[in-house]
Ligand binder design. Sequence first.
Ligand code: FE
Length: 192
Amino acid sequence: MTIVPASLAAFVQRLDLLVAEPDEAIVLPHVAKALARLVETDDWLPSAYAVPHPDNYTQYLLYRDPAARFSVVSFVWGPGQGTPVHDHTVWGAVGVLRGVEQSQRFAICADAPPRALDVPHELLPGSVETVSPRIGDIHQVRNAMPNDITVSIHVYGADIGAVERHIYPPKGGSKRFVSGYANGPETPVFNL
Ligand code: FE
């Protein structure tokens, strides 16, 4: 039996109450506030969930709501690692726990290349950004630390590793993908 970090347990309990509200416009600001509290202190994530993959960013499922109404994931970015432009199809909140993340929003028009909606901006530890089809769902994220890892905690309104979503290559068009999770024997999913 793996011990759940107390601050993660408190976050999950808060989420469990919040997702009872069906209106995402109401839920998401509250989720962002709860996530900001979770990433305010970097003392609770077991080190196994912050181990980078040598070749690409990696993601460990921390908690999955039994009804898949939400999931909490630890993203670990090595130096130089980042995502392609991608969507989520559900609401999500990204909170930086450690390091610095660089994020940029995009819009997609038919088969044209993704169009940047803003300049890349840096998210420092403790900061939170939200995405959803309602407020803008397409972005590109990378580690802004040249020599160190960045760890961010994400929460989504679904079991995100099982959701079919899209990558938008620089030349235009889209590719479907399902991210899955990188959990192994050292990184079991927490149960409450
Ligand atoms: Fe994303």
